[in-house]
Write a protein that binds this ligand. Structure first.
Ligand SMILES: *[C@@H]1O[C@H](CO)[C@@H](O)[C@H](O)[C@H]1NC(C)=O
Ligand SMILES: *[C@@H]1O[C@H](CO)[C@@H](O)[C@H](O)[C@H]1NC(C)=O
Length: 255
């Protein structure tokens, strides 16, 4: 995570999350798959289990206090890029809905359970962000200003995730306390956006601006990428800890 990176300020709160570690010794729902630590093919067992868990958590889980994964609701994401970069855009997203994460397709999983380390690669066919935005700044040579509804589509997004945890002792059990949820975008096929009501609704200027953003989507994505990495890293770290602080590690990875 790069919180505190010089040019990026990020503020976010995940709706419905409690940040307090609640003591709990819940079990995984029966529908979840569990893997044995001693499984000689542990990685492929985890591959299936994690893939299934993503689908199971689509609508959230009350017992585990997990909010829905799809759509995932984030109160705000704030992108502030400043001096020292060729492009300056301040973009504030509020009431953010992220659609499509439950269609993530796991491509590879590798684990070192002794070290409480998990790594995976996934591809998300279409992630759709819908939010209210306030934007002001410059893209390439173009001034941009507006507020209203926006939509961002990420097509065929390859990401890697690295999860590092420390042991946490509670109620005579050991839990995973995830310290690092490192999410990286490694490849993106297409990024298309639509900002409504640019320039107080001046249609021609607005249409033209969306067109420029979409024609130069790689550059625009690079502007957002560091903040998106950090934001989603924090969001998923909280989500994952909600589960891992409730279910002891021996209930997840069987002896
Ligand atoms: C982000 O959301 C939180 C919680 O609703 C709010 O307190 C905070 O002011 C918001 N931040 C911005 C920059 O809008
Ligand atoms: C994003 O994808 C949805 C669903 O396919 C589509 O309706 C919408 O127009 C797309 N938005 C943009 C900006 O391409």
């Amino acid at each position: 995570m790069k919180v505190g990176a010089p040019l990026t300020l990020l503020l976010l709160v995940v709706a419905g999350q409690s940040s307090v570690v609640k003591s709990g010794d819940a079990r995984l729902p029966e529908s979840f798959l569990r893997c044995k630590r001693s499984d000689p093919d542990l990685n492929s067992c985890l591959h299936t289990a994690v893939q299934k868990a993503i689908q199971e958590l689509k609508n959230g889980n009350l017992d585990l206090k997990m909010p829905p994964l799809d759509p995932l609701v984030v109160t705000n994401i704030s992108i502030e890029d400043g001096a020292g970069r060729p492009v300056t855009i301040n973009l504030q997203l509020n009431d953010v809905e992220i659609h499509g994460l439950s269609n993530a397709h796991l491509k590879a999983v590798s684990a070192d359970l002794e070290k409480r380390y998990l790594e995976f690669q996934a591809e998300v066919p279409l992630t759709r962000i819908v939010a209210n935005y306030v934007m002001q700044g410059k893209f390439l040579v173009l001034p941009i200003r507006g507020n209203g509804k926006c939509n961002m589509n990420f097509t065929d997004h390859d990401v890697t995730v690295r999860i590092r945890s420390e042991p946490l002792s509670m109620n005579e059990n050991i839990y995973w306390d995830i310290k690092e949820f490192d999410l990286k975008s490694v490849n993106l096929k297409l990024f298309q956006v639509n900002f409504e009501n640019l320039f107080n609704g001046e249609k021609e200027l607005g249409d033209n601006t969306n067109k420029v953003l979409n024609e130069n989507w790689k550059e625009f994505f690079e502007e957002l990428r560091p903040t998106l990495h950090d934001t989603f890293g924090v969001v998923f770290l909280k989500l994952a800890n909600t589960l891992f602080h409730k279910v002891p590690e021996n209930e997840i990875f069987l002896k």
